[in-house]
Design a binder for this molecule. Structure first.
Ligand code: CA
Length: 223
C-alpha cells in the first residue's frame, strides 16, 4: 500500500513518514499544498494524510480539487484540537476521517488501517486467504498458524494482494502501489518478489494470470 503525507511542519512530516514506513507502507511526502495536490492528483495513492494549514494552497482547497477531479482515495485530515469547524469543513470537502493535533502516532496508524481495509471492503485487520493469514496491525503473516518472516517488500506485495483478494492485480498496478516515487521502479522486480514470496509461503496461493497479472487463490484442498 502506498501513502502520501502532506504536512508542512518538517518534524511532524518526518515523524509521520518514518512511522508509516516502519508500519510497512510505501510513503511519499509533500510539504506544501501545491506539491501535495499535484502528487495526489497524479499518483495512485491508497490513502493520504493531509494537514489543513498548508503554505501555497490550504488543505481544504487541495481536498476539494482532488474530489472535483474524481479522486476517490481515502483522506485522513490533521486538524487543530479546538477547531470543530475544521472538521466540519474537512468532511464536507470530502475527508474520510480526522485526527486532532497533537496526536499519538498509534492513532494515526490505526485510522489509516481502518481506512485502507474499509476502502478494500474488509471488516477486520486480519486478512485470510485459505491457510494464509496476514494481520495488518502487527504486520505478521502466518501459514497454517506458523509464522513466516517476510522482508518489507515481500510483506507489502502480499498485503496488497490480500487487500484486493478476489480480483486480478496487474504488474503495473503493483509497481504503482508498492514503491514510493523515488524508488527505481521496474516491473520485472515484481516477478522476482512474487517468486520469493511463493517460496517463503511454501504453498501455491499466488496464481499468475497470463498476460494480466496475479490473483490470490487458496490451494484446492484448502478451499
Ligand atoms: Ca500546518
Amino acid at each position: 500500500m502506498r501513502l502520501l503525507v502532506v504536512e508542512d511542519d518538517p518534524d511532524l512530516n518526518r515523524q509521520l513518514v518514518t512511522a508509516l514506513s516502519d508500519a510497512g507502507y510505501a510513503v511519499d511526502a509533500a510539504s506544501d499544498g501545491e506539491e501535495g495536490h499535484f502528487l495526489g492528483d497524479s499518483e495512485p495513492y491508497d490513502a493520504i494524510v493531509l494537514d489543513l494549514g498548508l503554505p501555497k494552497m490550504d488543505g481544504i482547497s487541495v481536498l476539494e480539487r482532488w474530489r472535483k477531479n474524481g479522486k476517490m482515495m481515502p483522506v485522513l485530515i490533521l486538524t487543530a484540537r479546538d477547531r470543530w469547524s475544521d472538521k466540519v469543513q474537512g468532511f464536507d470537502a470530502g475527508a474520510d476521517d480526522y485526527v486532532a493535533k497533537p496526536f499519538h502516532m498509534e492513532e494515526v496508524l490505526a485510522r489509516i488501517r481502518a481506512l485502507l481495509r474499509r476502502s478494500a471492503g474488509h471488516a477486520t485487520n486480519e486478512l485470510i486467504c485459505g491457510p494464509v493469514t496476514l494481520d495488518t496491525r502487527s504486520s505478521r503473516v502466518s501459514v497454517n498458524g506458523n509464522p513466516v518472516r517476510l522482508t518489507s517488500h515481500e510483506y507489502r506485495l502480499l498485503a496488497y494482494l490480500m487487500h484486493h483478494n478476489g480480483r486480478v492485480v496487474s504488474r503495473t498496478e503493483l509497481v504503482e502501489h508498492l514503491y514510493d516515487q523515488d524508488f527505481d521502479r521496474d516491473s520485472n522486480t515484481i516477478e522476482v518478489f512474487v517468486g520469493r514470496l511463493r517460496k517463503k509461503l511454501g504453498i501455491d496461493v499466488i496464481q499468475t494470470v497470463r498476460g494480466l497479472g496475479y490473483m490470490l487463490s487458496p490451494p484446492a484442498d484448502a478451499r
